[in-house]
Design a protein around this ligand. Sequence first.
Ligand code: GLU
Length: 278
Amino acid sequence: MSIREHLKNRRRVVIKVGSSSLVHEETGGLNLPKIEILAREIADLKNQGKDVALVSSGAISVGKASMGLKSLHTLKEKQACAAVGQVLLMMVYQKFFSEYGQKTAQILLTKETMLDEVSRENARNTFEQLFSMGVVPIVNENDTVETYDIRFGDNDRLSAIVTALINADLLILLSDIRGLYTDDPRNNPEASFISEVDVLDEHFKSMAKGTTGSDFGTGGMSTKLAAAEIASAAGAEMIIADASDFRIIHKLIGGEDLGTIFHAHPHEFQLMDYLKRM
Ligand code: GLU
């Protein structure tokens, strides 16, 4: 049986969606039909009895679009836009999820929260309580209170840290990057696609070098591979897949050969040590 055929049995799933996959490229405004499909897909995973947490970017770009700003220059501006955008984002999620009878909650995390043993434990307990109440936690970094030198910085790694925190067994990263290639496909037409990575060694890591993300989010391929290392060590498989159509979620869970899957190789993994080194 291939690794993908087991995915339907995963009990706890974290899904991460990048900013560029939630907004219209031209305006930065929310792509409502896409978000509706995302809510429907996740609500259906819940109906199958799985626990699901959604890690959603988009606060800054949605806030920026809503304030009619073309570009953001200062940290203060970004943080203000995140504050505006986060509520808009949650309002839309709540509307679509409630149409499918699904309750949602907002969890905003900071690196400091995760470094402190007591607050980390509190966060873990809150997730557990929400799952036991059937709620979908929607997670983002608390951008409005973070400073540059102490922040996660990208939601790829944040979603892997959440995966480790809540002992999820599958992490799905959805973005404008379809998966891992032998080289950057935008520059090298010869680059070939890799659908499965067992051991994430230097050979694979070197393939990701220089691949940058979109104009909206912060993560490129290297933050995705960093996420794969955390998820794998914490005992979860991870898939990088194309977010252009969120119906890919049920296809992935159904075992279809889409995106790049990274195997889990659980070993003694100290979240604390990793965070301190970050
Ligand atoms: N937390 C940021 C936001 O919601 C996004 C970070 C990322 O794209 O990785 O706007």
